[in-house]
Design a protein around this ligand. Sequence first.
Ligand code: 3H9
Length: 682
Amino acid sequence: MSAVVDLSVDGDIGVLTINSPPVNALSAAVRDGLAAGVAAAVADPAVKAIVLHCAGRTFIAGADISEFGGAMKGASLPAVQAAMEDCPKPIIAAIHGTALGGGLEVALTCHYRVAVPSAKLGLPEVKLGLLPGAGGTQRLPRLVGPEQALKMVTSGTPISAKAALASGLIDEIAPEDGLLEAAKAFARRPNLALVKVRDKQDKVEAARATAPEMFAQFRKDNARAMRGFEAPEANIKCIEAAVNLSFDEGMKVERDLFVPLMMGLQSKAQRYVFFAERQANKVEGLPADAAPLTIGSVGIIGAGTMGGGIAMNFLNAGVPVTIVEMKQEALDRGVATIRKNYENTAAKGRMTAADVEARMGLLTPTLDMEELSAADLVIEAVFETMEIKRDVFGKLDRIAKPGAILASNTSYLNVDEIADVTSRPGSVLGLHFFSPANVMRLLEVVRGAKTEPAVLATAMATAKKIGKVAVVAGVCHGFIGNRMLSSRQAEAMKLIVEGATPEQVDRVLYDFGWPMGPFQMSDLAGLDIGWSAEKSKGETIRDRLCEAGLRGQKNGRGFYDYDAQRNRTPSPVATQIILDYAAEKGVNRREVGDEEILERCLYPMVNEGALILAEGMAQRASDIDIVWINGYGWPVYRGGPMFWADSVGLAKVAERLTHYGYEVAPLLARLAAEEKSFTGQF
Ligand code: 3H9
């Protein structure tokens, strides 16, 4: 038969086994194998029913994303599905791991579905800027009802086997280690009808009368989350079609809406991000013997917002944490904040009270740094000055056991200078978490000059364990993210002096897809971060705002004034400070266009990214994109700054940078001249 699909016969049951690691995606070989396997099972008179299952870690996890955008080869998925749905012998899908996307769509063309309790089922296409294009939008609502289908296709979040059984998506839950036997037993049931999901009408018909309000409400409730994305609306339209049209008409709507998404830039960007995220965790050139060390316990120095957030990541992953503070009051406050965060989650029903206690039970608060002597990994999250960091690392060096990894959560400072105060710079690196550290997915792993390969490998593996997307950065001021952020912030400040307003700049970047603009961000972070009244020379706009008592959202006054509900209006005080500053500098204020704002805020970031890349501070352009998407809210459907610059065309980016007086980074200039791209996607 096929190399990836095998048919074996057990008595009167034909067992089709897909074996195409890593995730049994529906590649051309799998589609061809399935088509041949079903045909062979139908042709075999001994076979009365068929079980479809997968070898390895998971049921089919979807179409093979790496085939998208290329020429179509092999049997088409709809043809394979038609052969299955119209098969004269019942087919039972036996599901373990994840049945996702095209995988679930194949299961939906089986006549029955059984799954183990740990299985997850979903249609995550929206996360790739797509919609389920193999009948998923028409079959799913026929089983689970339009309302749940709508949630599933627009969020892309899979559901558990238990929820799948309750909603009608599967027919039975099988024992965790007895899936195949249970599926065969199901297949041997007498008089199994050939149930075609496409023919089920009750749930869609029942929803028809109230559907218009349901869809209107859904669009309203989710407008913010879906802003800027093309795929969610297309998914909604498909579910509407499932409710209002016949199956065949609905399939046509699905097809018509699928094709433009597949050809479009948003899905191209989101598919790129999918692979880029997985690529980021791989470190080029690590020797094979750089095996990750075991991290069984973690120490954290500093129980402030950052230290507490970092601690939660490990507690969530079941790793015991010892957290150290200098004063009892600060320690108590830090621990209370962690508890409050968990209790808030529990109040929303996303965690049980027992979970809260289990996590808090893993936390050991202490004022004594000596208690870090047994930790496998210690992360320092204290005040951001070199002096203090070096002091902490000097102490830590005396306390931590041999082989322990010592990490700094610094966001700008030179990790090598920190490492140098220790007797073991090979065990030191930066772990730059983003605030709030228990929420943000990004982790910049800063590789020092002497960081040992095994230490780096451990950091990458640990990041994965605690659910972070890790990106390796070299030692430079601000690493990848904050270094590029500085170039954007500097240009935004220039723009408001030249004549743009903070709200105009914020609006332009918001419309581009950012969650907020640079001035809203400054207000949120606090204008006085890193500012001190003693040292302020009143030289910058920021100095002057702070001197005037403007601190940002925390005191309701910043570039904007905030009311109790955090509604904002432009601050007359800030406006006057900006006007005075411009007058003092002799700037002739002018009207600045939206396009100029966008170009001047974003192209310098790309230019800085090119320098970072050329200096080897990032391993690859896609790593830079992953930093920006996961750490700063760059809209994922634009693929990150480097992908986006490629999509604009590097010649144009270089030309505009020159126009605005920038020196174009040599790498950018060369790629532009050679008509190449950073990411190889264009
Ligand atoms: C779709 O189905 C469209 C349909 O409607 C049909 C339309 C006609 N294709 O994530 P991991 C690779 S769209 C190709 O690290 P985990 C992945 O790159 C698809 N490759 O493992 C990685 O490779 P490498 C809808 C894929 O255990 C390796 O497998 N489906 C695919 O943490 C391991 O992946 C989805 O969107 C794929 N579909 O998580 C599901 N999936 O080792 C996407 C994975 O070289 N996949 N790879 O880096 C996932 O969500 C996760 O991979 C999964 C496993 C949960 C399955």
